[in-house]
Design a protein around this ligand. Structure first.
Ligand code: MSP
Length: 523
């Protein structure tokens, strides 16, 4: 199958015990921007998201809601689908771990591990944090303010003693280290690679991969007392969605191994250590990259249900606009770092960078074209551009390769910064060239200037589509670019705007957000 130009990107699958919040919206947004970028860049893309529905935590939430786990997960999984639809994400598949296709994949992987002597029966006696669905060693625990034992994430632990199958993780340290040496970008950012390497250097122990004290999970094929440990079950979703265990399916052959698992920093170890080890042990290829992003706080405070400061992405979008929120989340914080959400910063960026820098540029240039060029792409001599004109256009034409490089290492904020350098240069060029003066003095020159500007705006609007799909579509409509000429192959000079093309009446794309919003308030 076509090895080149395919891109498989995944979000974590979300626990259904929680309502969707900004953290979920953020991880999926980053994947959505990548998926859109790769599609426009000519890749066959598969973009997967979904819900993680088994395990003790979900079983407990179902019991608390007085529902069976199946009825509960059917209901709450829908909230995540609704969020994805509301946010306009472009995922190709939404997987639920309670689906039959997933049970088949889990049981097949288990069988492969069993056949290769990678799992064995023993018994577990140790600590377990239901909130994290994670086993912790004694030396990872601390005591919290209420005197309770907690894991590194602050989640309370309980003592568990039960028969359990173990995975021979301790056999895989050297193979993991060798894989990382050969594929230095397979865990990003670099600091996270260092983190997983030092975890492995500290020595790996075999891990428990089945439970017997409750039954909400995938039954393991060789022993009906056990269900599969929820993290092994959950990670397998990424191969399930490729059609596995059918190794001959087109989708599996095209898309496995995944190009990118995007995750939050809290679940790095599961994805970057356990998952590749499970896969290699089952004789399957590990993912090409795991990227762990940072966490958001709200106005400087940790986001938590008990503090009551959870940010609902739907409220955010209703208040500020979808593209404004998409832009803000990927611009405010260098991707990979932790960041803080504040109303002031949100409104500040929407007004200064979207309404002023980009919105005004497009609006004033297109209004001048409407008024002074009969509403058509101005007639120009392609050989008469000045040094300044050429400098601006060249910087606009250099955007695609620059943004592509950033996308390939997930530096979303730097890609935006590169685009804004051109937007700022275009604004400075308008001020300097003063086309409104040229109208009387030198209309031929005015046309050259306005053409330079709208062709640069075309580049900007095309390359920004993955970040702000709706607003860019409106800008491209105003430049009369047909919908089938918006992929990146049309960004070169050979497809530049054609003189004399009639343009629709311009209208503003980025409204200024009101002072009321600027004053802040609760989202
Ligand atoms: N079910 C597991 C993932 C299994 S993947 C095989 C899980 N689910 S989760 O719903 O708890 O978290 C999903 C994602 O949301 C994680 O990537 C996590 O980092 C992210 N976030 C949760 N809160 C967040 C913030 N405050 N900020 C940014 N992302 C955060 O873990």
């Amino acid at each position: 199958m076509a090895e080149t130009k395919r891109y498989y990107v995944t979000t974590p699958i979300y626990y259904v015990n929680d309502s969707p919040h900004i953290g979920h919206a953020y991880t999926t947004l980053a994947c959505d921007v990548l998926a859109r970028f790769k599609r426009l860049d000519g890749y066959n893309v598969h973009f997967l998201t979904g819900t993680d529905e088994h395990g003790q935590k979900v079983a407990k939430s179902a019991a608390a809601a007085g529902m069976t786990p199946q009825a509960f997960t059917d209901k709450v999984s829908q909230n995540f689908r609704d969020l994805a639809d509301f946010m306009g994400y472009s995922h190709d598949d939404f997987i639920r771990t309670t689906e039959d296709r997933h049970t088949r994949a889990c049981q097949d992987i288990w069988q492969r591990l069993l056949e290769r002597d990678q799992v064995y029966l023993g018994s577990y006696a140790g600590w377990y944090a239901v909130r994290d669905e994670a086993f912790y060693a004694e030396d990872e625990l601390t005591t919290n303010a209420e005197g309770k034992k907690v894991g590194p994430s602050g989640a309370e632990v309980e003592w568990v003693e039960e028969p359990s199958y173990f995975f021979r993780l301790s056999d895989w340290g050297d193979r993991l280290m060798a894989y990382w040496e050969e594929n230095p970008d397979s865990v990003l950012p670099k600091s996270r690679m260092n983190e997983v390497k030092s975890f492995v250097k500290g020595g790996l122990e075999d891990i428990s991969v089945s439970r017997t004290s409750f039954d909400w999970g995938v039954p393991i094929p060789n022993d009906d007392e056990h269900i599969m440990y929820v993290w092994l079950d959950a990670l397998i979703n990424y191969v399930t969605a490729t059609g596995y265990p059918d190794l001959q399916s087109d989708r599996y052959k095209t898309f496995w191994p995944a190009d990118l698992h995007m995750v939050g920093k809290d679940i790095l170890r599961f994805h970057a250590v356990f998952w590749p080890a499970f896969l290699m042990a089952a004789d399957l290829e590990p993912p090409r990259r795991v990227y762990a992003h940072g966490w958001w706080t709200n106005e400087g405070e940790k986001i938590s249900k008990s503090i009551g400061n959870v940010i609902d992405p739907i409220d955010l979008v209703n208040r500020y606009g979808l593209d404004q929120v998409r832009y803000f989340l990927l611009r405010e914080v260098p991707f990979g770092n932790d960041g803080d959400f504040s109303h002031r910063a949100m409104v500040g960026r929407a007004n200064s960078e979207l309404a002023n820098d980009l919105g005004n540029l497009a609006q004033r240039v297109l209004s001048m074209v409407a008024k002074n060029c009969d509403g058509q792409v101005p007639a120009v001599d392609m050989n008469a551009f000045s040094g300044d004109d050429q400098a601006l256009m060249e910087s606009a034409y250099s955007l695609l390769p620059q943004v592509r490089e950033h996308m390939d290492v997930q530096t979303f904020h730097e890609a935006l910064e590169a685009v804004w350098r051109v937007i700022r240069a275009a604004n400075a060029y308008v001020d300097h060239q003063a086309p409104w003066k040229l109208r009387k003095e030198d209309p031929v020159r005015m046309n050259q200037v306005l053409y330079t500007l709208i062709e640069s705006i075309r580049q900007i609007a095309l390359v920004l589509q993955p970040y702000m799909p709706d607003s860019c579509a409106r800008m491209l409509d105003q430049l009369a670019i047909p919908v089938d000429r918006r992929t990146f192959e049309f960004m070169d000079a050979a497809h530049a705007l054609v003189c004399g093309t009639p343009l629709p009446r311009p209208e503003g794309v980025f409204p200024r957000l009101s002072d009321e919003a600027e004053d802040g308030g609760d989202v």
